[in-house]
Design a protein around this ligand. Structure first.
Ligand code: SF4
Ligand code: SF4
Length: 284
């Protein structure tokens, strides 16, 4: 059997009023937690992303960027660095890529040429050391698609999951109405990500929300964890107080626990407060 309605007739199909609804249903049915739509104009309007990294530069026919998010459940993120956390990260990444690939094919079959950018845009940590930037930023795409705002840690913060969400983007030539952007900043500049970062890679700035971010210091932590098969770090993602997922898991007031974790575990590696996390770390 051959795929039906893969049309390239020279005539572009008009995205019917239901295309956006169909895309959202497709993504939700396939396990997405968040879906947002952005016009490539937003990259130009805000001018925050260098021109060569904007959607029209990486794929000129693009008319809409669709950004899909999947959650990272907090209690496993809290065990970082652990094999369980690494496997969760890998599982979410694979699920996102599979979904984006499926959506791309589905749009192509409907006659809307599309491509997707996998959730990581670099070959290895070594490649990242030489060139510490990905070809396309899903974080900025998600900001322009209305899924959240960028925090001090440079992560996307969403109302639902704070930064505990992984992202992928589909670029399509179908013109779909964009979603409104997140109003205001979700980051409260609490500084927890700065204080808990094991690589001292983040520092607060007075003049803006996003802090200074030392990519190579962060990369050093990632390299060390990769050698121990305990990547990624994600401490800034774990400690961020933003996100309704904290209500679900009864973890609204965990900042003290995060702040004193290192000190208390150094004093007592069997501290009852951290026994569950340490169990998973040891036996992951
Ligand atoms: S931990 Fe605090 S300062 Fe860091 S991104 Fe989250 S809200 Fe902002
Ligand atoms: S991933 Fe880890 S090392 Fe990198 S900025 Fe976040 S807390 Fe720091």
């Amino acid at each position: 059997m051959r795929a039906k309605s893969f049309t390239r007739t020279g005539k572009r199909p008009k995205p019917g009023g239901d295309l956006k609804k169909d895309i959202v249903s497709f993504c939700m049915d396939q396990g997405a937690d968040l879906v947002g739509f952005a016009s490539p104009d937003r990259w130009d309007d805000f001018g925050e992303v260098p021109p060569e990294f904007r959607p029209r530069a990486v794929w000129p026919p693009v008319e809409t960027v669709i950004v899909i998010g999947m959650q990272m459940p907090l209690p496993i993120v809290e065990t970082t660095p652990s094999v369980q956390h690494m496997e969760l990260y890998r599982t979410v990444n694979r699920a996102l890529d599979r979904l984006a690939y499926g959506l791309t094919r589905c749009l192509n079959r409907r006659g809307h040429a599309s491509i997707f950018f996998s959730r990581d845009g670099y070959g290895s940590l070594k490649a990242l050391r030489d060139k510490p930037i990905a070809a396309f930023s899903h974080v900025m795409a998600a900001r322009y698609a209305g899924l959240g705002s960028v925090g001090l840690s440079h992560c996307l913060l969403t109302p639902e999951f704070g930064p505990r969400v992984r992202l992928v983007s589909v670029l399509t030539e179908a013109k779909i109405p964009p979603d409104p952007m997140q109003e205001g900043d979700l980051c409260i500049k609490c500084g927890l990500c700065v204080r808990c970062c094991p690589g001292s890679a983040l520092s607060m700035r007075k003049d803006r929300i996003a802090g200074d971010y030392d990519k190579l210091a962060c990369l050093g932590v990632a390299e060390d964890l990769t050698e121990r098969r305990r990547y990624p770090c994600g401490v800034c993602i774990k400690v961020c107080p933003i996100g309704e997922d904290r209500i679900l898991y009864g973890a609204k007031k965990s900042s003290g626990k995060y702040m004193s974790e290192k000190k208390k575990l150094a004093a007592d590696p069997d501290s009852p407060e951290y026994r569950d996390w340490e169990h998973i770390r040891k036996h992951g």
